[in-house]
Design a protein around this ligand. Structure first.
Ligand code: FE
Length: 197
């Protein structure tokens, strides 16, 4: 499978399930992820981190993974891991690990920045509880040692900000060259045929 074909598979997820609500926010999944990428770009983030911002919630797409337990009340920070694992055959750790750590980064920021909690949307406060709440001091110290911790924290701040119903985004196709340049050939992605249901 060529990089272009991998990007086609991701584009199809954005066009299909991406139109669905983003877990209680005022934007769709696709708008949210595209806004996060636009914020990363505006800050001059390197291409891999722009890609991570764009793809950070791919684990919420049923077509990629079975990640819909979250708002049903299950204890969960799995969408970050499932998304990272789904991306790993085609993208390197500079893309996949900020995706993997973006839920942990919320728990980290709530532990180390006293006012961070106040910036969370109601839905994000709800999931914070399911995800284990703010980190302990020991957990935060361990998180900070991860090579991609700083990138995950940057991604997390864009994630929080990317929930504006009226914000413009450049659209998925804007990111096609960036994604294709980062992707390496890999196996056929396991996009489920019944994902539209
Ligand atoms: Fe998000």
């Amino acid at each position: 499978m060529t990089p272009d074909q991998i990007v086609d598979a991701i584009a199809a997820l954005f066009e299909g399930e991406g139109a669905e609500d983003y877990l209680g926010e005022a934007v769709s999944q696709a708008q949210h992820m595209l806004q996060a990428a636009a914020l990363a770009e505006r800050e001059g983030a390197p291409p891999a981190l722009v890609a991570a911002a764009l793809l950070h919630d791919v684990g919420h797409f049923r077509g990629a993974v079975h990640g819909r337990e979250l708002m049903a009340g299950a204890q969960d920070n799995r969408h970050s891991h499932q998304g990272a694992d789904w991306l790993a055959p085609w993208f390197g750790p500079e893309v996949t690990e900020p995706v993997r750590l973006h839920v942990a980064a919320k728990r980290y920021l709530c532990a180390v920045e006293p006012d961070y909690f106040d910036r969370l949307s109601p839905a994000s406060v709800h999931t914070l509880g399911l995800q284990g709440g703010p980190m302990s001091a020991a957990e935060a110290a361990e998180f900070a040692r991860h090579p991609q911790a700083a990138d995950a924290v940057r991604l997390r701040r864009w994630d929080e900000a990317a929930k504006e119903p009226d914000a413009d985004d450049p659209g998925f196709e804007h990111y096609r060259p960036l994604l294709a340049a980062l992707a390496t050939a890999g196996p056929v992605p396991p996009v489920r045929a019944d994902a539209a249901s």
